[in-house]
Design a protein around this ligand. Structure first.
Ligand SMILES: C[S@@+](CC[C@H](N)C(=O)[O-])C[C@H]1O[C@@H](n2cnc3c(N)ncnc32)[C@H](O)[C@@H]1O
Length: 372
């Protein structure tokens, strides 16, 4: 097994680029939205890694720091905490971050601390920081990106999500979890990861990998009390088999909605996946998702909301409950379907947030009474 500082682990690969694209796109939205409304926001990178990859590409902490500097007009203060266990990786992280800090344009707005240690052992300190600042409530984004699947007990994820205004973006190493499931020496590790022995009955399942991801997601909701979650499959570039799943879990519809759109748009339509070698080929196929599947959305909207008047955004939020019935649709699907329903005289619209023809935010949608 390669050590965590082995250069082979630090070549910048396509799957890392995809992971960083999701992270960066989300932070690009998250930082200004929360930064404008709160005196302090926080980014925690629990498995921070090196400052840079072997080709010089920035690691996630540097990416977050550079982005914060670019977006500094949109917030008062950002706290960045990076935790890294491997000594060599930590030394590299420290040196790259120090170089970055020296050239930052908005140094006074950025509060960086790096800890050489184990994520789960430092969590008390990170959560303690949030507790101390409870009065002003610091919206906090936790990136938890291990190489493996040890050291991230579900209990810890639950503690994070129970703190006020937190969210978690996590790498679930589904390929390796699937591969090693059932090894007696890993029994406790899996119980800690999933927060129960619920994985044991899955050992014999043919669709084991998918079942494990679904179980993890269920645990995020049932045990860690997340209100929303969405996941994205990342395959390896050369073999196109699954490597890991990126999961986002939180308690705010707005954040969920943004991450879901980002994940939808990052993957081939409707797959919520980066398909490795096959990704490009899939992209050039006819896009079947939109034309076929929005019929499901149309029927569901009519069945659920017949006779009711609701805000456009509130419709999308209600459609996320219960979490296990949430469909893969994003805002543009809702907009298209509801506008079509208007043409078909099945809904009427009162535009509050948008102009003459748009549909967004607090626009009111009245559904005709369902027949029968
Ligand atoms: C996948 S890499 C992180 C990559 C980084 N987040 C990025 O996107 O550029 C995982 C890192 O976690 C570190 N690590 C392993 N176990 C850890 C633990 N228990 N606590 C904190 N860091 C750990 C490894 O040394 C490695 O640098």
């Amino acid at each position: 097994m390669l050590r965590d500082n082995d250069p082979d682990k630090w070549t910048y690969q396509e799957h890392t680029r995809v992971k960083h694209a999701l992270l960066e796109k989300y932070l690009r939205a998250w930082i200004p939205i929360l930064g404008k409304r709160n005196p302090t926001i926080a980014y925690f990178d629990g498995f921070a890694g090196r400052g840079e990859y072997t080709d010089g590409s920035p690691g996630s902490p540097v990416l977050a720091l550079q982005l914060a500097d670019k977006l500094a007009d949109s917030f008062g203060r950002i706290v960045l905490r990076f935790v890294e266990q491997n000594e060599d990786n930590f030394a590299n992280l420290q040196s790259v971050i120090e170089q970055e800090l020296a050239v930052l344009k908005h140094r006074q707005k950025v509060d960086v601390q790096m800890t050489h240690g184990d994520f789960d052992r430092t969590i008390d300190g990170l959560l303690g920081f949030l507790e101390e600042h409870k009065a002003s409530s610091v919206p906090s984004f936790f990136f938890i990106d291990p190489f493996g699947f040890t050291g991230i007990p579900l209990e810890t994820i639950g503690r994070i999500l129970q703190a006020e205004r937190t969210e978690v973006f996590l790498t679930l190493m589904s390929r390796d979890i699937n591969r090693f499931l059932g090894l007696p020496e890993l029994d406790r590790t899996f119980c800690s990861l999933f927060g129960s022995g619920g994985w044991k009955p899955l050992i014999k399942r043919r669709d084991r990998e998918q079942a494990l991801v679904e179980l993890y997601r269920a645990q995020l909701h049932e045990q860690a009390h997340a209100s929303f979650s969405v996941h994205f499959k990342v395959c390896s570039q050369d073999r196109c088999g699954t490597l890991y799943h990126m999961l986002h879990a939180n308690n705010s519809f707005k954040g969920h909605h943004i991450m879901k759109s980002i994940m939808f748009n990052q993957g081939v339509d409707g797959t919520f996946a980066y398909l490795g070698r096959d990704d490009l080929a899939e992209r050039t196929q006819t896009k079947l998702f939109d034309t076929h599947d929005t019929e499901v959305l149309r029927n569901e909207l009519l069945a659920r909301f017949g006779g009711q008047t609701l805000g456009f955004e509130s419709i999308m939020e209600k459609m996320c409950y219960p979490w296990y019935e949430e469909q893969p649709f994003i805002e543009r699907h809702y907009r298209e379907v509801i506008k079509q329903l208007e043409k078909d005289d099945l809904v009427s619209l009162e535009r509050v947030s948008s102009k003459r023809t748009g549909l967004k935010g607090r626009d009111r949608v009245t559904f005709k009474e369902a027949d029968g």
